[in-house]
Write a protein that binds this ligand. Sequence first.
Ligand code: HPA
Ligand code: ZN
Length: 333
Amino acid sequence: MSAHWIEQLPKVELHLHLEGAIPPPALWPLIQKYGGDPAVPSAEAIADRLQFRTFREFLDGWVWKNGFLREYEDFTWIARAVAEDLARQNIVYAEVFCSPPDFALSHGLETQPLLRAARAGLDQVPEVEIALVVDLVRDYGVERAERTLRETAEVRDQGVIGIGIGGSEHRYPPELYRDTYAEARRLGFRTSAHAGEAAGAESIWGAIRALEVDRIGHGTRAEEDPKLLDHLAATGLPIEMCPLSNLRTGTIPAIETHPIRRYFDRGLRVTVNTDDPGMFGNSLAAEYRLLQTTFSFSRAEILTLIENAIDASWADADRKQALRDQLRDRSAL
Ligand code: HPA
Ligand code: ZN
């Protein structure tokens, strides 16, 4: 099976952070614009700065990089660069997290113009359809999350279809956001929550029971509780898995230990995603190649994973069918 086969397939991404997907050549001009960083003398040195051993170090890198996003036009710039990168990889549909609360206190940026600026950049790349998912970021507390939700609801015409909570899962359990998620549902948003990445199975249960999520972000540690695996298999709740992200942040000790093959074989609705490719140096094709080489996924199984992503997406029924047709046409080549 050639690597080319995966690259040319039309693919779908459901767990990708706009601010974590900035290709280093697009981040470099922003670093220069804001006075540079002596520890990062070139675009090539960005990858060295973004090496992590732990989830904590990953979050440090996240904050460092966000320090170079200070004006609305920076969001137009990165959104265009990210969309172009997705289009180059034959990713045809993506649901992309954007984290306005990270820029509210530090840089005084407001949710609505920030989302408009991001949309302006995405719209410059018609080859890929990108829906936005607003990350309410659990670290800033419920009040800020609810404010961001209300502000987001007023600009949903910017192509915002859902909400999520990223950030420090180990410090802010999902239950804190029960009312916020109820309100998001009432407003008509779809929901996902990062769970089972930096905390264990109880955090996934919390996302299911307290937040009533439509999808689980990561879900890596679900197998700590066999009853949870039974529940996920029985309900078909989609899981946005991110194997190389889990390796890079130290969520798993070695790639061979990643549970994706076990979950797939057990009938969980697994999807494959990159999370923060600008920080991890991965790509969706690289994730699928890894599944072939390390976990012996067949061609048919890889097509199933892409179909899972289409099914688990929040696109409307017609769009999903068009994506399935496109995949079927191209996979026969
Ligand atoms: N986990 C938590 N917060 C994040 C992540 C993640 O994987 N990516 C970007 N912010
Ligand atoms: Zn994530």
